[in-house]
Design a protein around this ligand. Sequence first.
Ligand code: TRP
Ligand code: ZN
Length: 473
Amino acid sequence: MHQPTAAAVRRTAPGLALLVAVLTLVSGCSVDLGGSAGTPGAAGMRDPYFPRLGNGGYDVTHYDLSLDVDPTAARLSGTAVITARATQDLSAFNLDLAGLEVRSVTVEGRPAAVNRAGSELTLRPDRAVADRLRTGSSFRTVVSYAGPPRTVTDADGSEEGWLRTTNGAVALGEPAGSMAWFPGNHHPADKASYDLRVTVPEGRSAVSNGELASRRTTGGRTTFHWRTREPMASYLATVVVGRYTVRESAAGGGLPVITAAAPDVDGASAGVLARIPEVIAWGEKRFGPYPFSSAGAVVGRRGDAGYALETQNRPFFPGPPDTGLLVHELAHQWFGNSVTPASWRDMWLNEGFATYAEWLWSADHDGVPVAESFERAYADEANWAFPASRPPGPADLSRPPVYGRGAMVVHRIRLEMDDDEAFFRLLKGWLTAHRHGNASTADFTAYAEKASGLDLTELWDTWLQGGSRPARG
Ligand code: TRP
Ligand code: ZN
């Protein structure tokens, strides 16, 4: 039901507003005009590829999620406690949730009306609560939900969301799958800290981002409490449930390294996972301090997913990765997870740099000069299908130009600078400037010009944005 806001009433009927004000003074109580002074938050964040992804009007600061997963991981019931700060005076706001049944919703402890249209939930708190949802104020929303979580098919046909495995399930969320297992503001621009409590049958594991805060077994069920303190974009949230061999060790400086492997890939992944501390030490030398308070990896079976994903703290791999893929996903902890794209158009800031990290690793460890990796990428037609920073549509976000052409842009900057020390200072400076934040292509091009002291207009116009393969020059 649509009700006019107090502001609208005031605008159209000044006489009525005056009467209301007089009545308010006389009676000493407020007169309910059927809406707060606020307006509804937008149903999306106008992402160029997914305009309805995320929501406007608020910023989530913390998710406290409790999930109860059944033995086959086919059903879950959950409670999401979402702490957010209003960025406008709100009369209503949206959350993204795909599938699952909403059982109840409260805002600031009071039941809120819920309207559902596809994956958009509109929450309309009562007048007394809405009056408190002023710009800058912090408020708490609790959503109870249950059902069979969905597998979501991306524009490019790949599967994400909740993926059942022979072993249980894995949740993967790039670009839009996390709404299949918890309600929230599912755009990368809204990062938050997380507590995740997952209850599974005793004998199964639940492994997620961050660090394990506690683990308790009662009545044949075990609750794993994972905590992520550093800001995390929701597409990087993950949980795997099932039988896993979990190991904890430490990298340099005592950084906890937590790995989990499905039993039948545990042996085959031991060798590559043992290199995590070495890759992180190398990354710190190249890119600066590792941005998170723990590291690791999760290795599932080959068929568990169609791709690896850089889930925060511990990337997910469907089967044991080779070293190059491990380096790629660990490089994302700096490029993508700490410095996160402002929109999905900026995905090359993730993939171009993670690909460049692979080239750097090969140069440092396998004697393959970066120039050779560049030549190979340059010769590959697939990298020239479109500009790295302008994939034609959502189906193109994970296509070669975003990776290979993106990496070539990075290398062209290095060649233009002609000073390796200054170039690596630029990479570190970029990561420091936007650590735990979001950044756009325009942020990057401006930063690169400032840090290098060069006018790079031509480089952007050709290597980054140009319609065809430029001459090497
Ligand atoms: N972004 C992931 C990486 O680079 C890969 C990835 C995620 C992907 N989703 C995808 C690749 C869909 C192809 C299709 O590690
Ligand atoms: Zn990647």
